[in-house]
Each structure stands twice: as C-alpha cells, then as structure tokens.
Design a protein around this ligand. Structure first.
Ligand code: PLP
Length: 213
C-alpha cells in the first residue's frame, strides 16, 4: 500500500476532530513529502538532530517534539518545534521557558505522563502531573495545551485500555482548571482504543510508512 493509501485508510477510522500526527523518526524526506501531499499537517520527531535535517519541510508542516528532550538540545528544539509534547519535569519546563524568552517565542507544550510507571520510560508520574501543570502555568513563555502518554507495550493493544482510561481521568480532572485541549495518546497498534477512551491526538508511524528498517 502507498503512503497515501495508508493515510486515507487511517483517516476513515478516526473522527475529524482527532489530530493525526505522523511519527517520522527514521523516515526520509521524500516519504514525509508524500505524507504531506496526502494531507498530513503535523509530524512528530523524536530527536532534535534528526528533525534538524528535515527543516526543508518547515513551511509545509508543523513539527512536534515527541521524544525525550536532553538539556543540551533544548535551545535547538525551541528553534525547530511548534509544540513540545514531552515536558516531564519542572527543570525541563524552566529551561524551555528560558530559551523561549530569549527569542520571544511562546511554546505550546504537553505534559508527558509515564502512565504505566515504567522505569524504562520517560514522563512524570501520574500523581505529579497536577503539580507540574501548576508550575508550568507560572512560566510565561510556555502555553500548557494538554497531556501526552506512551502506554506500555503489549502484544494485545486491548491491554492498554485501562492506561488510556486512567489518562482520560487525569485529563478530565485538570482540563477545566488548566484549560487543557489536547490528549495525545495511541500509536499504530493502539490508536483505535486510545480514541475510544478519549484521545484527540494520535501519533502514527508504522501504519503510515511501513515497518521501520
Ligand atoms: C515511534 C513513535 C510513535 C509511533 O509509533 P508506531 O508504532 O510507529 O505507530 C508514537 N509516539 C512516539 C513517542 C514514538 O516514538
């Protein structure tokens, strides 16, 4: 199936108010161009250095940071990205704020939550999300837009449902007080379940571009 056909097929399975982010790590510029021609408006990149190589696409598509941000990459990240989905500590938030201030930029951000409490994953603990939201509100150059999560990996994506439910609960609890709009969760194998549980942004790689080489 072509990239266009894959995207059209996915589109048929998601409501129009759910944003489709193409996860483009390891994908070539030509592949991403094809996705953009088929209507992709947002790409998610995991690494600053890789995103930098794709800046020729900057005028055609929004760039979201969906990977863990190292402190020494934040300055560059602020130049490249239109949204950072992976803010998981006050330290990172403050550094983004500082770098944004220096270039008079307001950065939309999501708080990444480690919903499975997995030691191998980044993200703040679910119980710390509210405190972090409160702290981000005091940073003038960050605009808190919502929450993001990578659920644990299972062979059966149905097993992720309780984690998505838990994310929705946290989202609903913070939503009105912090003006949250975006709940970013669900990938190729799990996006349908994530949407059923309230996701309004999904990040899909494999299902659009095929298996990663
Ligand atoms: C790679 C990636 C995705 C997409 O995963 P696929 O299984 O290729 O759909 C989504 N979110 C993040 C954070 C990723 O790194």
């Amino acid at each position: 199936m072509s990239i266009r056909e894959s995207i059209e097929k996915i589109r048929k399975t998601i409501p129009p108010d759910v944003a489709l982010v193409a996860a483009t790590k390891t994908r070539a510029i030509e592949e991403i161009k094809e996705a953009i021609k088929a209507g992709i408006a947002i790409i998610g990149e995991n690494y600053v250095q890789e995103a930098e190589k794709k800046l020729v696409l900057k005028s055609k598509v929004k760039f979201h940071c969906i990977g863990h941000l190292q402190a020494n990459k934040i300055k560059k990240a602020v130049e490249i990205f239109d949204m950072i989905e992976t803010v998981d500590s006050l330290k990172t938030a403050k550094e983004i704020n500082q770098r944004c201030e220096a270039v008079s930029k307001i950065m939309p951000v999501l708080i990444e939550i480690n919903i499975g409490k997995e030691p191998s994953k980044f993200g703040c603990m679910p119980k710390d999300a509210e405190t972090l939201a409160k702290e981000i509100k005091f940073l003038p150059n960050l605009e808190l837009k919502g929450l993001m999560a990578m659920a644990p990996f299972f062979d059966d994506p149905e097993k992720d449902r309780p984690y998505f439910k838990e994310m929705k609960k946290i989202f609903d609890n913070l939503k009105s007080r912090y003006n949250l709009e975006i709940l970013s969760m669900g990938m190729s194998d799990s996006y349908r379940i994530a949407i059923q549980e309230g996701a309004n942004m999904v990040r899909i790689g494999k299902l659009i571009f095929g298996p990663r080489k």
